[in-house]
Design a protein around this ligand. Structure first.
Ligand code: ATP
Ligand code: MG
Ligand code: MG
Ligand code: MG
Length: 474
């Protein structure tokens, strides 16, 4: 069986052979973009080369980039466990041309890699192009010999990429694999395209334009003199295909992680427990990699996103009946699987385990009671009903349940949280805190937090939560 690690090497070797410089993954915390929560695509580390702000060190590159999509513009947190293809952490394989080769060569490389190197059957592949991109349409016909009905023209932004309001942009072309008629879902562009039958494996972005603000303040689109290429292929999705699986969670790596979770909890991965094991395995990866790159759980910004992901996993460990902290005990399995490719994981292992354990010990002080409260509060509720926002706020404020955790817990039942009521309770609390602030007059901010935390009793961190959390999420 071709392992995840084999596929990663095959990809990089292929592009090495085609004159690309193999660059390491950048850390998950972007060092060139304070507005971006986490690195969510391979191109991020090369942004300044694409915009022309810096001149590239080499004309073409290939990487396997660590990506996290759990907040901000791309947020796949709510897809985990529900689709066969989304993770919060995944590896994006990519080849890049910085004003070097363009469309024809990008399509040639992609087609050669997937059909010759990976040996994917041509009849299971289909592609999309931006509706006006006749050049790409004709190239797919010529290079891949695909029939017209398997080169689908898409008119939405799904097939037009832009870095922002201004900057480089251009049409994209995506490659899909058909996993077979017994899986629900339609081809790209159809009303039921969100199903998991046709899975997008590779996105090729053709940066051929630039949007600029002209003298009159209007945004204009000009042709780039030297167009560029940015591509992103999902390693786990590719592994699923090459291992004869439909579902990413059935690939070698995930089976090992889920196996460890099954062993430690003694709960078989069926029904609701299957879902829980998947969430745990997924979140184990994103949290561990984030910690390896220096993010620590906290109540603001990136650290709060990390804490929220952790708590979601910990709630599932609790649902599986874990009597003691679980997450830190799964770290050795993850390190054994991925520490070879990502040494930072090995280096940070002891710290990751310690932080996981500390967080889980802390959250477990209130998790059981919070879960019981949630159960009582939703007892008479049906799908379509709303949980009152005051209860959601109490869960947040007293039991350390971030709002998204409560929402996530209720989603399977089709129950939503009354957000307006939650927000109102939050504002009241903040007003109250401001008023109480007088008590701590003269104290530094840290001291105020500490005092509020102490005043709120053994639930410790909740004092922090209501003062800073949620507002600070990037
Ligand atoms: P989808 O439409 O399936 O959500 P996407 O269009 O958002 O994917 P891109 O932004 O084009 O994805 O990213 C490039 C590639 O990275 C995708 O073609 C896919 O193979 C992979 N990918 C994207 N998001 C995820 C994820 N959450 N988990 C695993 N792989 C992903
Ligand atoms: Mg997506
Ligand atoms: Mg897509
Ligand atoms: Mg895409």
């Amino acid at each position: 069986m071709t392992s995840l690690a084999d596929i990663r090497s095959q990809f990089l070797n292929f592009f090495d052979g085609a004159g690309h410089t193999i660059a390491p993954s950048s850390p998950l915390v972007p060092d060139n973009d304070p507005t971006l929560l986490f690195v969510n695509a391979g191109m991020v580390q090369f942004k300044d080369w694409f915009t022309g702000a810096l001149s590239p060190d080499f004309p073409r590159a290939a990487t396997s980039q660590k990506c996290v999509r759990a907040g901000g513009k791309h947020n796949d947190l709510d897809n985990v466990g529900y689709t066969a293809r989304h993770h919060t952490f995944f590896e994006m394989l990519g080849n890049f041309s910085f004003g070097d080769y363009f469309k024809a060569e990008a399509i040639e490389h992609a087609w050669k890699l997937i059909t010759e190197e990976f040996g994917l059957p041509k009849e299971k592949l289909l592609v999309t192009v931006y509706h006006t991109d006749d050049v790409a349409f004709d190239l797919w016909k010529k290079i891949a010999g695909l029939p017209d009905d398997r080169i689908i023209r898409i008119a939405t932004d799904d097939n037009f990429w832009a870095m922002g309001e201004t900057g480089p942009c251009g049409p994209c072309s995506e490659i899909f694999f058909d996993h077979g008629a017994d899986i629900p879902g339609g081809p790209p562009g159809s009303p039921d395209e969100d199903g998991d039958r046709f899975i997008e494996i590779w996105n090729l972005v053709f940066m051929q334009y630039e949007r600029r603000t002209d003298a009159g303040g209007k945004i204009v689109q000009i042709d780039l003199p030297k167009p560029s290429i940015d591509t992103g292929m999902g390693l786990e999705r590719t592994a699923a295909i090459l291992q004869g699986k439909h579902d990413n969670y059935d690939i070698d790596l995930f089976q090992t992680l889920i196996g460890a979770s099954v062993d430690l909890t003694g709960v078989k991965p069926i029904g609701d427990a299957k879902f829980s094991h998947r969430v745990i395995a997924d979140h184990l990866r994103s949290c561990s990699f984030l910690m390896a790159d220096g993010v620590s759980p906290s109540n603001e910004g990136r650290g709060y996103v990390l804490r929220r992901i952790m708590r979601r996993a910990m709630r599932h460990a609790h649902l599986l009946g874990a009597k003691d902290p679980l997450m830190h005990r799964l770290v050795p399995t993850l390190v054994a699987e991925m520490g070879g490719a990502y040494n930072e994981l090995k280096r940070a292992q002891a710290n990751i385990e310690a932080v996981f354990e500390q967080e889980e010990v802390r959250f477990r002080r209130t998790l059981g009671r919070g879960t019981a409260l949630l159960e009582t509060a939703t007892e008479g509720l049906q799908a379509g009903d709303k949980l009152d926002g005051r209860t959601a706020f109490k869960l947040y404020d007293t039991y350390g349940f971030p709002l998204d955790l409560t929402q996530d817990a209720l989603r399977a039942k089709g129950i939503e949280v009354d957000q307006a009521e939650f927000d109102a309770a939050m504002s009241e609390q903040q007003e109250q805190s401001k008023a109480d602030g007088g008590k701590f007059a003269g104290a530094g901010t840290e001291d105020v937090f500490k005092a509020v935390r102490e005043a709120s009793g053994p639930t410790a961190f909740t004092g922090y939560d209501h003062l800073t959390a949620d507002h600070a999420i990037v």
